[in-house]
Design a protein around this ligand. Structure first.
Ligand code: ASP
Length: 314
């Protein structure tokens, strides 16, 4: 069955309805099978052009969008900022307008400042997909996390999800809190007091609890999501040393034993082994970190397809 997806840009999870989220996940599930075929290509986006415009470093997300576009037969162009005119003083909007004048169908953008995709969406005719804007949102990460939870736990509603680490600087945490609370999960966040922002209190009535200790968040959890310390976004010392962070907040087997027996562990990558997550956990069968990366391609195929006019498939 197919039905229209009425949204063009994907700027954040905050804007999406639960039905839209379900529509993207269902479409991704349909695309998933293509990734295990011998010939991993279908003509769904033949003749369409996708530009990956990354102003910030990325390994997984950029490769994943590129592979997703190519598996759907789109022409994918990657723009690295160091080689672009931005370094010659061109404004962001001028860069976007120039790219837009070449008639791409979709521009995937990552930037260190919050709100850049929203700004580009106002001036561009191409659909804009947010691949991470500062500490604001990273919608496709939350969608691929949701797909991983759905695959392994069958549903999102009612799952107890602990999100642990540098919440303050994490766009992954923000997108996940929006998605998980909209879809009926019970979310508990924990980290050093300096890294759990006040704004999260607004979600408290919507199924989010702020826990004083990491152990309280992990206890009885179905899903434990660990976040990296975002040192590139920190302007002061939020905790004494990385060693102390590892001791008080790092996910070890001992801490994970507080969660349900069948709890799964997620991490958006890149992970810092021995800091926020011990290798014994990262390499264990409870860790689904590489499944997240695998589902990321299917999610991005769905997002590119829907943003360029495709129908929801379920
Ligand atoms: N890769 C994710 C992001 O771009 C998470 C991280 O960098 O820690 O936000």
């Amino acid at each position: 069955m197919t039905k229209p997806f009425r949204r063009r840009d994907l700027l954040g999870i905050r804007d999406l309805t639960p039905e839209e989220i379900r529509g993207i996940l269902d479409t991704a599930e349909n695309f998933r099978e293509i990734n295990s075929r011998e010939i991993k290509k279908v003509p769904a986006l033949r003749g369409k052009t996708v530009i990956n415009l990354f102003f910030e470093n990325s390994t997984r997300t950029r490769t994943s969008f590129e592979i997703a576009a190519k598996r759907l037969s789109a022409d994918a162009v990657n723009i690295s900022v160091s080689a672009s005119s931005v370094t010659k003083g061109e404004t962001l909007v001028d860069t976007a307008l120039n790219l837009d004048a070449m008639d791409p169908d979709c521009i995937v953008v990552r930037h260190s400042s919050a709100g850049v995709p929203h700004q580009l969406a106002k001036v561009s005719r191409a659909a804009i997909v947010n691949a991470g804007d500062g500490a604001n949102e990273h919608p496709t990460q939350a969608l691929l996390d949701a797909m991983t939870i759905r695959e392994h736990k069958k549903k999102i509603r009612g799952q107890e999800v602990a999100i642990v680490g540098d919440i303050l600087h994490s766009r992954v945490a923000r997108s996940n809190v929006h998605l998980l609370t909209k879809m009926g999960a019970k979310v508990r966040v924990a980290g050093p007091g300096t890294l759990v922002p006040e704004e999260f209190k607004h979600f408290v009535d919507d199924g989010l609890t702020i826990c004083p200790h990491v152990e309280d968040a992990i206890e009885g959890a179905d899903v434990v999501m660990i976040l990296r310390i975002q040192r590139e976004r920190q302007d002061s010392a939020y905790f004494p040393t990385l060693r102390e962070y590892a001791i008080h907040y790092g996910l070890t087997n001992e801490r994970l034993d507080l969660a349900k027996k069948d709890a799964i562990v997620l991490h958006p990558g890149p992970m810092n082994r021995g800091i926020e997550i011990a290798s014994e956990v990262a390499d264990s069968s409870r860790s689904l970190i590489l499944d997240q990366v695998k589902y990321g391609v299917a999610v991005r195929m769905a997002v590119l397809y829907l943003a360029t006019g495709g129908n929801v498939v379920n």
